[in-house]
Design a protein around this ligand. Structure first.
Ligand code: SF4
Length: 234
């Protein structure tokens, strides 16, 4: 808005409406409703069930905890917070996981896999370290089935602080001299269920001495509108 005359409330409102975008509520609502109708009630119910009910809440430390105030990773804490964590280490998930041998410490462990182990009487890393690959729990979850021989070894490594080499592992890598090299980047917003952009670039070569590889510059396709129709026409 320009000019010296004061902006009226109606103009502010019109500008706000003009700037607003369709939030595609049908993508967000199921998660929001699930949070208010189920997650919140469950957490409050468990937390209020007894004086220290919050200690009975389920938790799982992974990459999503990095911004949580209750992670308690000392290396990231200032001196004041370090003192708080040291005074009550089991009140913070990172030190509590180490102290209790929480299964989420095992590399690659998912929430579902951890719950499956706990249901089958493998509650911590000590139990996981001694579980044979033939343990029935490892047949109950796809991740556990795939990693059944590595999970006990990873748990043992956590306990002993010694690592070992998996000599049966097979590593795959790209060919050392491809004639066509293409990189495609896809940006997807999982919370909204919307594609937000694509880009592609490439390089081709015949490996002829003195002949420079042909470069294909990066081509970007940005979808900056929250409208499903834009996803197919860009
Ligand atoms: S640090 Fe603990 S409380 Fe925070 S998100 Fe992770 S598991 Fe949950």
């Amino acid at each position: 808005m320009t000019g010296s005359s004061p902006v009226t409330p109606a103009q502010y409102l019109d500008a706000l409406i003009a700037d607003s975008e369709d939030a595609n509520l049908r993508f967000y609502l199921p998660t929001v409703l699930h949070f208010f109708r189920e997650d919140l009630l469950r957490v409050i119910g468990i937390g209020d069930a007894s004086a220290s009910g919050w200690q009975n809440l389920e938790w799982h430390v992974d990459g999503r905890c990095s911004a949580c105030d209750w992670l308690g990773h000392e290396k990231w804490a200032n001196s004041k917070d370090k003192a708080k964590i040291a005074a009550q280490p089991t009140h913070y998930c990172y030190p509590a996981a180490k102290l209790t041998g929480h299964l989420s410490q095992i590399a690659g462990m998912t929430r579902g896999a951890r719950k499956t182990l706990q249901i089958h009487a493998i509650p911590n890393t000590t139990s996981a370290a001694s579980a044979p690959a033939a343990h029935p729990a490892f047949q109950q979850h796809s991740h556990l089935k795939k990693e059944r021989s590595r999970i006990p070894l990873r748990a043992q490594a956590l306990i002993s602080s010694t690592t070992s080499v998996d000599i049966s592992a097979v590593l795959a890598s790209l060919a050392p001299a491809p004639q066509l090299h293409v990189a495609v980047t896809v940006n997807f917003d999982p919370s909204a269920g919307l594609l937000t952009g694509l880009s592609v670039f490439g390089r081709a070569t015949a490996y002829v001495t003195g002949q420079t590889p042909r470069q294909f510059p990066t081509k970007c396709f940005v979808v900056d509108q929250k409208c499903l129709a834009d996803r197919s026409t860009k």
